[in-house]
Design a protein around this ligand. Structure first.
Ligand code: ADE
Length: 234
């Protein structure tokens, strides 16, 4: 089995590479991919760079070039749900592109013909994440993640995204990765730890907490990888 682990920024994959210790580095399509053998399975790891286009390229490359059969994403997000605090974990059950807008033609936000407003994540990996959460004694919120090519630092925009997509958290890569995995029939799991509240203080909060929240997310993702491997061996 070959599993992809991706992030968007170096800080999101650094804790994973640190845990692996040894890996092979390959340059491909203007990005760096790290390959390692871990508990008998092949891992391919990369950070895409920020945004929907780069994350689409990286997810596609991990699947089509490196042969990934499952994909797990680890990173940080802005909270939309008022329940969520910095460091809290959110698992996406469905994802939408909040900046995909042809509403001028009467379509709903996030929709284009032959597409769908939401892409659903793999239910069995979400189930496994519940086992991981209880084993770690952590609470993880399952919810909707909205993605766009925009760092949201504005209460009005955040509330619009919350109202329009019932989103719990927002970020800049999840839904594009979801579209790729769904199209290529690769089960995927998108995890985020909150770094900010997508409000007027978001950039300061992000700068302060991005690295610590990325570590929280990466630790959980590695436990998820362990669980996926154990489950696959059954
Ligand atoms: N990732 C983390 N915080 C974010 C925010 N406020 N907007 C977009 N992406 C984010």
């Amino acid at each position: 089995m070959r599993i992809a682990i991706m992030g968007a920024m170096p800080e999101e994959v650094a804790p994973i590479l640190k845990k692996l210790g040894e890996y092979k580095t390959t340059e491909y399509a203007k990005n760096t991919y790290y390959e390692a053998t871990y508990k008998g399975v092949e891992l391919v790891i990369a950070y895409s760079k920020i945004g929907k286009v780069f994350s689409t390229l990286t997810a596609t490359t991990m699947i089509e070039h490196f042969g990934a059969e499952k994909l797990l994403f680890s990173g940080v997000a802005g909270a939309v749900s008022p329940e969520l605090r910095v460091g809290d974990l959110v698992v996406a059950n469905k994802l939408s592109q909040h900046d995909l807008d042809i509403t001028a033609f009467g379509h709903p936000s996030g929709f284009v013909p032959e597409g769908a407003v939401f892409v659903e994540a793999d239910a069995s990996m979400i189930d496994l994440s519940k086992e991981v959460a209880s084993e770690m004694g952590k609470s993880v919120k399952e919810g909707i993640i909205a993605t766009g090519d925009q760092f949201v630092a504005n209460e009005e925009r955040k509330n619009w995204i919350g109202d329009t997509f019932q989103a719990d958290a927002l970020e800049m890569e999840g839904a594009s990765v979801a579209v790729v995995c769904d199209a290529l029939d690769v089960p995927f799991f998108i995890l985020r730890a909150i770094s900010d509240a997508a409000d007027m203080d978001a950039s300061f909060s992000f700068d302060e907490f991005m690295e610590s929240s990325a570590i929280i997310s990466a630790e959980f993702i590695m436990k998820m990888v362990d669980k996926v491997i154990d489950n696959n061996a059954k």
